[in-house]
Design a protein around this ligand. Sequence first.
Ligand code: SF4
Length: 198
Amino acid sequence: PGQGVVRASQIDSLVPHFPLCMRTLHTALRRDNHLRYFGRQQYGLFLKGIGLSVEEALAFWRSSFSKCTDEKFSKEYRYNIRHNYGLEGNRRNYKPRSCAQILTDAAPGANEHHGCPYRHFSEDNLVTALQSLGVSDQAVLRGVRDDVRNKQYHVACTRVFEATHKAAGVNSPVGVGVGMESVTHPNLYYDRSVQFAR
Ligand code: SF4
């Protein structure tokens, strides 16, 4: 992964390496068999960044939108996916969005799941989401609450990275020992997590 090749069928097994924003999108996609436009953009470009080719992206979204007909898929979604790979329209080769971009995008509305959960979730929902990732250490959860109150969303994300990668021998204050000062890009989070697992 990283610069490697990832197949559509591997995505579910790679989710443990995803930061919370992308897990949230993946979970919503699996639950609803659908994602709205901004979610598709944020998640689709992230998946491109981890090594999904345009053919695999089309296969992934087609099978994920399981309630959609082939005709509707071709008409409404195929173009956008190919567009993100620079194969339609202005042929720009779009890059995955950074945390700074994601944090300044429009906030998710009803039934939307894009954005940064550290910023957009209520504190209670955030804690519930983190507990479902296995983050139960009260000191870590307290630290995340403080980070969020101080609007240090990427620091909260780094703290969670560290808490969830302790098995690899990391037990450090924020920003030390994970090979990055703090999370600045969802794809960086992914790359570091995959490196850790090796
Ligand atoms: Fe995603 Fe960045 Fe927010 Fe982490 S800080 S959840 S990588 S947008």
